[in-house]
Design a protein around this ligand. Structure first.
Ligand SMILES: O=C(O)C1=C[C@@H](OP(=O)(O)O)[C@@H](O)[C@H](O)C1
Ligand SMILES: C=C(OP(=O)(O)O)C(=O)O
Length: 412
């Protein structure tokens, strides 16, 4: 059995930073993720005038329930959709003139349902380029609050941004969703809002957020379940064993359900409240899985699928086409380049077992494509080459070292 320390959850770090910034008092965050996404989020807060002290393993944030501490700022959100979607909503609840922009990759990703909802709430917001995309300008004068409807069928982050902002409005928010993907991420949002003192809750298709202020606290960030998927998949694929401490049945993260997919495929999975162990059994069965709730792990499953004993069909994942890249096409393209037979539809892909040959993976600047196909490389003669190995910095800067250490401990 090999113990692997996985860095903190990107989603929980982003929410914790938002909640800490909006709370009354000083919050201490323990084991935050240190990566391009979370540093981009923290630097966005610094640009908005919040006070942050970042030491190894412990970040402290001085909360400001009134909103940004500066009258004007220009925030660069890098590639991070949590930064690019949560911070404009935070700024809108304050007072001042705020400009937001992001990388080319992030500029292409949708924002419209969120910015339309903010406008519906009375926020003066203009898109400077394409409508519904970064860059944008927010003239913030606080938010009164009230009832809105939202289409979160392309991204749950639109809903999370509004939920997090609800307690900063004067009357609170009632948000009715007409569609919603990535539901477990909304569960993380509500659980963390509750942990910071706001009793936000879901009532059918409506989310209710009373205008009750957040309170600062001490908060421990769990390891990232999507990041863990690579080492868990590596164990299942190579017949080895991996334990991830700090991530077990007590986790807030839906992506830990990826371990259930590995179990369904034949791996041995042991889950305790605070750790998960996956052991490969030498057998990987073909499966059909609906991954709407856990779509960040689609590339991980696609990457081990050719070694299953039957087709692997992944369904209901339309929104992976609007992630860092069109992940459905990127998975299919790279698998085909390795000689694997793949069928795709608007929201599904089906991968057929067969021999896999060495190739250069087109990462499309997407950390998950790079990390997933690095796992495939463990079973390919000659390995695989990545055209952009550095893109893993978005969520897991130490990925290549961690994988090399695993290989060394397993002798492969
Ligand atoms: O709220 C979050 O932290 C996230 C929600 C999910 O996005 P979508 O809701 O866009 O699917 C997920 O893919 C992303 O990595 C992180
Ligand atoms: C989709 C992802 O990131 P985000 O949407 O937060 O940029 C991801 O990390 O897989």
């Amino acid at each position: 059995m090999t113990l692997v320390e996985i860095p903190g959850s990107k989603s929980i770090t982003a929410r914790a930073l938002y909640l800490a910034a909006a709370a009354e008092g000083v919050t201490t965050l323990r084991r935050p993720l240190v990566s391009d996404d979370s540093e981009g989020f923290a630097e966005g807060l610094l640009t908005l005038g919040y006070l942050l002290d970042r030491r190894p393993g412990v970040w402290q944030v001085q909360g400001r329930p009134a909103g940004p501490a500066v009258p004007a700022a220009s925030v660069y959100c890098r590639d991070g959709a949590t930064t690019a979607r949560f911070l404009p909503a935070l700024a809108a609840a304050g007072h001042g003139s705020f400009h937001f922009d992001a990388s080319e990759q992030m500029r292409r990703r949708p924002l419209g349902p969120l910015t339309n909802a903010l406008r519906e709430l009375g926020v003066e917001l203009t898109h400077e380029g394409a409508e519904g995309h970064h860059p944008l300008r927010v003239e913030a004068r606080g938010i009164e609050g009230g009832k809105i409807t939202l289409d979160a069928g392309l991204s749950s982050q639109f809903l999370t941004a509004l939920l997090l902002t609800g307690p900063l409005t004067r009357r609170g928010l009632e948000i009715t969703v007409t569609d919603l993907v990535s539901v477990p991420y909304v569960g993380i949002t509500l659980a963390m809002m509750n942990a910071f003192g706001n009793p936000a809750h879901r009532d059918g298709d409506t989310f209710v957020v009373p205008p009750i202020p957040y309170q600062a606290r001490d908060y421990l960030i769990e390891p990232d379940a999507s990041t863990a998927s690579y080492v868990l998949a590596a164990a299942a694929l190579t017949g080895n064993s991996v334990t991830v401490p700090g991530l077990g049945s007590d986790s807030l993260q839906g992506d830990l359900r990826f371990a259930d997919v590995l179990r369904q495929m034949g791996a041995d999975v042991q889950l305790t409240p605070d750790q998960v162990t996956v052991t490969g059994t030498g057998r990987l069965r073909g499966v059909t899985v609906n991954m709407r709730d856990i779509s960040d792990t689609v590339p991980t499953l696609a990457a081990i699928a050719p070694f299953a004993d039957g087709p692997v069909r992944i369904e209901d994942v339309y929104n992976i086409r609007v992630k860092e890249c069109d992940r459905l096409e990127a998975c299919a393209q790279n698998l085909r380049a390795m000689g694997v037979s793949v069928l795709t539809g608007p929201d599904w892909l089906e991968i057929h077992p067969g021999p896999v040959r060495s190739t250069t993976i087109a990462c499309h600047g997407d950390h998950r494509i790079a990390m997933s196909f690095s796992v495939t490389g463990l079973r390919v003669r000659g390995g695989i080459t990545l055209d952009d190995p550095g893109c893993v910095r978005k969520t897991f800067p130490e990925f290549h070292r961690t994988l090399a250490e695993l290989r060394a401990s397993w002798g492969i």
